[in-house]
Design a protein around this ligand. Sequence first.
Ligand code: PXP
Length: 255
Amino acid sequence: MPMTLPYLRLGINVDHVATVRNARGGDYPCPVRAAQLAKDAGADGITAHLREDRRHIRDADIRRLRQEVDLPLNFEMAATAEMRDIALETLPHAVCLVPEKREELTTEGGLDVRGQHNAVAPIVRVLADAGIRVSLFVEADPDQLRAAADIGAAVVELHSGSYCDAPVAEQPALLRRLQDAAALTAELGLECHVGHGLTYDTVGPIAAIPQAVELNIGHFLIGEAMFVGLGPAIQKMRVAMDAGRALALSQAGRA
Ligand code: PXP
């Protein structure tokens, strides 16, 4: 029997459409319109991060993305009471809990699920009880994965930033770490997503990870959209993902 792999979903993060909009304080360009274009281009989901300081996505964007875009919404948020209440009111398809520091440029590092067990576990429980699929954004670290499984998360998103941003010579070791972590997610019964820093150049080996079922990609695609348009950028990413997945299958067939 030929080997098959699960379909690899592509979630588009529209935060940086809002970054450009907020540079002038008005309503243009609109992240909801970007999400609709992403759907037309074949995206499988929309991701948006409502940060504590509202530096890009605003509360109204989250409500509109939920109500007006016919794709699953993955609501990224810090594990705080304020964000928990917004999630319970909005009821997105999924929540991804991320660490957040006001001074950071982007989400630096994964959530310390082990160290913050007492803060994270009750939020995971209340969101899951509301029917929301809860994901934890973590480093490719076995202890963090075990802690995620222990507190009942359904999903982990592995942080691919270190791999994507590393010098080429250092990438194989960092990729291996992600591959090993993905294999562990399967043993622990966790669904495996991957995200952060992905580009056309780095997505292939990540798409080839057999346990991965969703990639979340934002900054690079919104940047590319300035040059080629959002639809073509997303379609090209889809092609790169499919090529990575196909290579994994052919290598498995030859093994
Ligand atoms: N996944 C998570 C959990 C993130 O925090 C981010 C960045 O907001 C992304 C994916 C997307 O990363 P990038 O914008 O670098 O593609």
